[in-house]
Write a protein that binds this ligand. Structure first.
Ligand code: TXA
Ligand code: MG
Length: 317
C-alpha cells in the first residue's frame, strides 16, 4: 500500500512536469500539473488521446475549484456541498489560468474533487490542480486497479498503487444552463439524486448531446464483445465464449463466467465491471458475451459503458 513518502515523491513528479497515475474513487487517473501545458501534453501523448478530447481538472477544495472558473453561480456551492468530494464533474466557464490544451480549446472546464485520500493528499502536496483522464489508452477499458494501468501505460513516470477503486465507473458529468442541469456522462450519481438539489433541464434531446471526446465506441476490450440482447453473429459458440453476467443467472455452457454481483446489487456491478472485462480480455476465449440490465438509475451508466464497449463489434443491420 501507499505510504506518505510515496505520495511526497509523486507530488514532486507532478511539480516537475511529469506524469503520475493515481487512484480516485472512480477509476485510476493519469495526472499532470493542470497549469503546465507541456506536462498536460504528455498525457495526450502517453494515452494516444486526440487533442479534441478535454481533460477533467481535479482539486482538493471548493476554493481551488473557484480559482479555475469565472462563474459566480451559487448552484456550484449547492452541488459541491452535497456531492464533493465525490464522483460528480461539473462543467463551468473557465478562467484564463486554465491552459487551452486542458479544455481542447473550449471556454469551459470540467472540475471535480475526488473522494479518495491518496488523490486528495497528492493534489495538496503538489500544490496545483491536477488534470487527469482515466489512466488507459484512448478508447480502451478503464483501470480500476494499478495493474490495469501498468498493462496499458507501462511508460507512466510514477504509479501510486491504492488497490481497488471503490466506485468502479467514471464520474457523472453535468453542465448547467439557465433552467437547470443536463447530463453529459452518466455515473453512479444519478439524475434523480442531482434533481434533489437543482432541476433537470436539457436543451437538446438527450441522445443528441455532444460532449467532445465522448464517442460511440469506447472502453473496447481487445477481443470481440457482443451484447446478448443484440442479434449475435450465427457462428457464435458459447463453449468458446466468456460470459459477463450481472447476477449469475443463465451461466451454463460458457467457457468462462464473470458474475458481477451475486447479491444483485447494481453498485457492486459498477465496482466490478471494468475488472471483469479486463479479466475476460486476458482469458483464453474467443469473444465476450454480455448480459444487459434495465436502464434505470445506475443501470443507465452501466449500460452506457457496455454499449460503447461492444459498439465496434456490433452486427451490421
Ligand atoms: O471519474 C472520472 O471522471 C475519471 C477520474 C480519473 O476522475 N476521469 C475521467 O476522465 O473519466 P476521462 O478523460 O476519461 O473522461 C473525461 C471526459 C472527456 O472525455 C470529455 O468528454 C468530458 O470529460 N469533458 C471534459 N471537459 C469537458 C468540457 N469542458 N466540456 C464537455 N465535456 C468535457
Ligand atoms: Mg476515459
Amino acid at each position: 500500500m501507499i505510504s506518505s513518502a510515496h505520495i511526497s515523491i509523486a507530488a514532486k513528479y507532478i511539480r516537475d512536469g511529469r506524469l503520475v497515475a493515481f487512484p480516485t474513487e472512480t477509476v485510476y487517473g493519469l495526472g499532470a500539473n493542470a497549469l503546465d501545458p507541456q506536462a498536460v501534453m504528455k498525457i495526450f501523448e502517453l494515452k494516444e488521446r486526440p487533442s479534441f478530447d478535454p481533460l477533467i481538472v481535479h482539486v482538493a477544495t471548493v476554493e481551488d475549484a473557484k480559482r479555475l472558473t469565472i462563474t459566480q453561480d451559487e448552484r456550484l456551492d449547492m452541488l459541491a456541498e452535497k456531492f464533493w468530494p465525490g464522483p460528480l464533474t461539473i462543467i463551468l466557464p473557465k478562467n484564463e489560468i486554465v491552459p487551452n490544451i486542458v479544455t481542447s480549446g473550449l471556454q469551459t472546464v470540467g472540475i471535480r474533487i475526488p473522494n479518495h485520500p491518496v488523490a486528495l493528499d497528492l493534489i495538496r502536496q503538489s500544490g496545483c490542480p491536477i488534470a487527469a483522464p482515466s489512466a488507459n489508452k484512448f478508447g480502451k477499458i478503464s483501470p480500476t486497479r494499478a495493474k490495469h494501468v501498468f498493462k496499458q501505460l507501462p511508460g507512466v513516470d510514477y504509479l501510486l498503487d491504492g488497490g481497488k477503486t471503490q466506485v468502479g465507473i467514471e464520474s457523472t458529468i453535468i453542465s448547467l444552463n439557465d433552467k437547470g442541469f443536463e447530463i453529459l456522462r452518466h455515473g453512479i450519481i444519478t439524475q434523480e439524486e442531482i434533481e434533489q438539489i437543482i432541476p433537470y433541464h436539457t436543451l437538446v434531446e438527450q441522445d443528441n448531446i455532444i460532449s467532445p471526446g465522448m464517442l460511440k465506441s469506447h472502453y473496447s476490450p481487445n477481443k470481440p464483445m457482443y451484447l446478448l440482447e443484440d442479434d449475435l453473429p450465427p457462428t457464435i459458440d458459447k463453449s468458446r465464449a466468456g460470459l459477463l453476467s450481472f447476477f449469475g443467472g443463465n451461466t451454463s455452457g460458457y467457457k468462462v463466467v464473470e458474475i458481477l454481483s451475486r447479491d444483485k446489487n447494481l453498485r457492486t456491478c459498477a465496482v466490478n465491471l471494468f475488472a471483469a472485462i479486463h479479466r475476460l480480455e486476458e482469458a483464453n476465449i474467443d469473444y465476450i458475451l454480455a448480459e444487459s440490465v434495465p436502464e434505470k438509475g445506475i443501470g443507465i451508466a452501466i449500460m452506457d459503458r457496455l454499449r460503447k464497449a461492444a459498439y465496434k463489434y456490433r452486427p451490421i443491420k
